[in-house]
Design a protein around this ligand. Sequence first.
Ligand code: PLP
Length: 353
Amino acid sequence: MEIKITRAAALKEKPDSSKLVFGKAMTDHMLIIDYDAGQGWHDARIIPYGPLQIDPAAKVLHYAEEIFEGLKAYRTADGSIQLFRVRDNIDRMNKSADRLCLPQIPEELAVSAIKKLVEVEQDWVPREKDTSLYIRPFMIGLDAALGVHSSHHVQFIVVVCPVGAYYPEGLNPVKIYIENEDVRAVKGGTGMAKTGGNYAASLRAGNRAEERGYSQVLWLDGVHRKYIEEVGAMNVMFKVNGKILTPDLNGSVLDGITRRSCIQLLKDWGYEVEERRISAEELFDAAESGALEEAWGTGTAAVVSPIGELAMDGRKVTVSGGKIGEITQKLYDELTSIQWGRTADPHGWITKL
Ligand SMILES: *Cc1c(COP(=O)(O)O)cnc(C)c1O
């Protein structure tokens, strides 16, 4: 499909790449592809960035018929631009689409559209260390009627923005509060889909954790309220007695691409990785006995995020002496080296622009 490009008449001033705030400085253009049942995907276009015109009765505004993805384009030392595991993002978007009754988007169409938008916005891919262009594809159901049905008219939209290191002050361990009232997702619900509604449901616990002086929520499973699922909007991993533990993909945990990449690297390095149910109690016991050596979250935005403290119901433990652990640091270094092209890519994760 041809992608029609309409250039913006005036270009914005680019922000200082040493002071980027995550997700704020949107670029000059965006990509839209329409879908209509019976017709399929049509009218792929890159147009000047600006407000969408949406009917107030559109399904997305009332029934959260929305899915999204997040990935990045990286500037390498030779000035070229590359994407990390973009096909995995589109594959996951199609799994989310299936759950939300949104249409499948052909992988080739989505990947070529993303590449084209990044090419148009190439001057926005920053060069400073640890900076990248964050890519946010999303899909919305637009039928203008308040009846509860899946939409026939849908749009796939991509917006991009330059971002800096997620933690400008460096990889400092974060304090995590284990939430035992609200739940993020349950098996059979939408936890395995990347959909906005999951985030809306997570805001209250996030605010509560912040009020208590914690930066992220650790989510327990919605049925037993016992087993660890994710931390904030990241997957979570623990090093216990030399082994790596991470919650299995049980239907309510999101299949993170950073999670998959970390598991692959850890296996490459000879670590045993167990994907299984892990109770909060097992974790606190391991921490108190000294068996819990490291804990970290994984996700595209922060790559890895060390956990320095865990708290629940008056129980509180420090992890790795409140410092970043050795494996956490090694994962960060190796993944970011592959992403910015400083080291070889043995697993075929990189797509050049
Ligand atoms: C996006 C997301 C992740 C991380 O996935 P990545 O592909 O590694 O960025 C983890 N948990 C939730 C709930 C998410 O939405």
